[in-house]
Design a protein around this ligand. Sequence first.
Ligand code: NDP
Length: 303
Amino acid sequence: MGTLSITHDICIRNTSCLEVTVPDSALQEIVCCMGQPVAGNPTQFMMQRAFHAAGLDWCYLTLEVAPDNLADAVRGLRAMGFRGANITIPHQIAVVPMLDSLSQSAEMMGAVNCIWQQDGRLIGDNTDGRAFLESLAGILDPRDKRVFLLGAGGAARAIAVELGLAGAQKITIANRTPDRANELVELLSSKIATSADSIDWQDNLPIPEDTDLLVNATSIGHLEYDAPIPLELGTLSDETVVADVVFSPPHTWLLEEAERRGCTVVNGLGMLVNQTRICFQVWTEREPDPQIMLEAVEEYLEI
Ligand code: NDP
């Protein structure tokens, strides 16, 4: 089928327009993001820009999927021949048993953020940890460092495993639900022999004195700029590097407080661009232009 000359402008949030062409292939390749809440996630905007720049006639959908509908939604991916999917909050762990096989890293982490379909089989991978580590490059080498990790969900698991594999000296995990923190400690100790412990997260948790890297991998602050994290910020040293995985908004309450105390901070945008780039490679076997993705996310988030 030849290229049609008709084009449409899809205006997103009335601020930025993305030009898309009418499909020129007989059947477009479809990929998607499934999560809840997922409205306002910039990945669709970044991916569409990158597909367009690479000359790929692919379509990325953002789908709000409630936990009770996840199994049906995964069956739908398979039935409708989606090429792949990103899995986000809160489904990264729940989706694991619904897949046919896992990459080595997803298997180790017990969490999946990227699925691809091959010959009718759904394969789960996890690119979050690699993407997080790449976002630290040039700022902090995790080798022999002490990490204080907030959260024990999908993103926290991925980050903890990659930090462990990168030689972190010790990882201390604080989570609202202690059982999930203990599970992650067990995973780190048994699968990668990383020294790890958990601490009970009560209101206003003190930050261990010798922390080199503090990571917020909870969803506190997601779509909510002013949401405070219950930490005793008086115990935060200006020598600690502070990272927040929340990307919307990119400048969170935690990062603002850390900057005020003289810390080096790392926002969630680098991780987002890196993991979006890696998923693009996995699905298309092509290299996207990361600059296009970065410009797209900055435009979408108006920064
Ligand atoms: P999950 O639902 O798997 O985990 C959420 C985590 O946040 C759990 O540890 C949960 O604790 C904790 N949490 C949620 N609300 C609260 C609260 N009010 N008080 C204390 N703890 C809380 O989500 P994900 O791990 O998939 O995602 C976490 C965050 O990371 C999201 O904001 C997501 O957008 C972001 N993310 C960013 C990426 C990037 O590229 N920058 C990539 C992936 C995720 P509990 O176990 O007690 O429920």
